[in-house]
Design a protein. Structure first.
Length: 102
């Protein structure tokens, strides 16, 4: 009976050692996963900052382009106004000349 008990104890010890190795592997894997999670969180924060900076630059570019377009548009409007004023003045002068007969 002592031999049977020794054999049982030996099998239990082997199982225990195997289970201990499995637990250690799982703990190591869990630590690696936690580190990977921390790195992902840091990358998410950095990506958020990059996107925020990108959005600010786009907004700045939109404002600058809008300002440039409005300058070109206002210059064109001024030119049209000057031309209309000139044509109106010429038509008025011609009409006055015809009316007054001078």
């Amino acid at each position: 009976m002592n031999e049977v008990e020794n054999e049982r104890q030996k099998r239990l010890d082997e199982r225990f050692q195997r289970d201990r190795r499995d637990i250690e592997k799982l703990e190591l894997r869990q630590e690696e996963e936690e580190e990977r999670g921390r790195r992902l969180a840091e990358l998410n924060i950095k990506m958020g900052e990059i996107l925020k900076n990108h959005e600010e630059k786009l907004t700045s570019h939109d404002r600058r382009i809008g300002a440039l377009e409005s300058v070109a548009g206002s210059r064109w409007n001024q030119l049209v106004n000057y031309l209309l004023a000139g044509v109106t003045g010429a038509v008025t002068a011609t009409a006055m000349k015809l009316i007054l007969g001078t």
